[in-house]
Design a protein around this ligand. Sequence first.
Ligand SMILES: Nc1ncnc2c1ncn2[C@@H]1O[C@H](COP(=O)(O)OP(=O)(O)OP(=O)(O)O)[C@@H](O)[C@H]1O
Ligand SMILES: C[C@@](O)(CCOP(=O)(O)O)CC(=O)O
Length: 500
Amino acid sequence: MSSIVVSSPGKVLLAGGYLVLDPAYSGVVVSTSSRFYTVIQPAGAAPAQITVRSPQFLDATWSYTCNVDDRAQPPTVVVSQVESPASASKNKFVHLALQKTLSLALEDKGAATLSQSLAQGLTITIAGDNDFYSQQDQLAKLGLPSELASLSKIPPFASTGVHLPDVSKTGLGSSAALITSLVTALLVHTGVIAPAALAGGEVTLAHRFAHNLAQFVHCLAQGKVGSGFDVAAAVFGSQLYTRFNPAVIQHLMDDTSGTQPLLPTISPGNAAWDYQVKPFKLPPHTRILLADIHAGSNTPLLVGQVLKWRKENPAEAHSLWTSLDQVNTSLGQTLTRLSELHSQNPDAYLETVRYISSLTSVQWLANPNMQQHHAHCLEAFYEAHLLTEQIRTKMREMGGLSGVEIEPAQQTKLLDESVALAGVIGGGVPGAGGFDAVWLLVAEPPLPIYGIPPVQLIERLWSEYKGVSPLLSTESRAQGVILEDLDAIPGLKDAVSASA
Ligand SMILES: Nc1ncnc2c1ncn2[C@@H]1O[C@H](COP(=O)(O)OP(=O)(O)OP(=O)(O)O)[C@@H](O)[C@H]1O
Ligand SMILES: C[C@@](O)(CCOP(=O)(O)O)CC(=O)O
């Protein structure tokens, strides 16, 4: 049997941080070209033995046995870690993904089919694109400047040289992308979902199945039910996301013995999953550019403080949440309108992107001789700029009121200077904000353009900041979770054999 390879993208929450925790509000979510890959191969070893390896980390091999008991009523499967060596590290996220996915497969397919799919044992390799982890130490060691070209010189799936808990993450949602690719690959391997359902580029029931399971496993591993936008991005790609009601999985979260059936809850036919995923993508000839700040924030701490303030100041919070939601929603609409303007008149749209790429946003509307079809595009780009600035102002207000550094002063300076460069449409702090990252939306027309490409201007500016480095990620073209071909992903085969 050949390998099963499934990948899932990371995420950036452009707008909707904190609000998206409440089903009354939605978030603008971009999925990234940086992905997590899960490769499942028959181990040719003892039945029901599963070895999971994460070759980018030290001591990151976890061995499990799966005990399928078909005489129990109902039949059960118990995944236990093999404690050898005694010092073996644990990985709660991986262990729960195996346990819950195999339990679901048992309910759906029966004990005989599950045992058959585990008959040769499995070797599972997990690999994340380099962007998920800060590469700044690696660049320093190689004596390379913090630029996109330098990052391209680091081999794919580079070793981090550290243990998993010690890695410096970039906030792209490693655990959500990992869980989504792992549970989906296992659902394919056990026959719960058909591989073809993930290969056609269309959203299918299989996606909803994978989403519901990944969402539940991720919540269980994190010990809490967040908004779930990260898992939704990993499954469906870029979107306007409205959260699900946590009540749908509460009984499973409370089931410490793990005896409750999963299928009735996880099934894609369960209407209690009320999340909404509306189509969204960034406008053509623009790109997202992310900065790794190499410091990091404790998101649960920030969330706890903001929600505490909201609870204690309901009237003030309601008015801030309402006005912030208006600008967040407008940003999603304006970016969507730009894509529509491109469809209506691709030439005029492209000329406009070329034009704005050489000017700063304050200059965009200064030309009195602008033709009308250009003016429509220009106004929409300028509106996107204004909206991102309004969102920043309101997020700083939220931070000031709740005593949380949502857009810390350092990021304000960095963003103000970045947004003032030619060709930069807007920017902000993604998600919960803090010291994780910043994002920019940048004009990126095909060459030739007048002047220096905006991305290069930004790289020059960022190189003056210590600890600030661009990430390679752009928006994922392939949307969400997909079936891959092992040979088509540069470096993945080597990562798999390096771990064998
Ligand atoms: N490459 C990997 N291999 C195996 N497990 C991983 C890997 N990357 C992450 N994990 C799992 O995910 C956990 C980290 O989850 P956590 O929720 O802290 O990160 P996160 O919030 O998703 O990070 P970020 O958004 O910054 O990428 C790790 O403890 C580990 O269990
Ligand atoms: C604050 C919050 O709304 C967003 C957190 O986003 P991020 O992990 O900082 O990208 C929390 C959540 O949605 O679960």
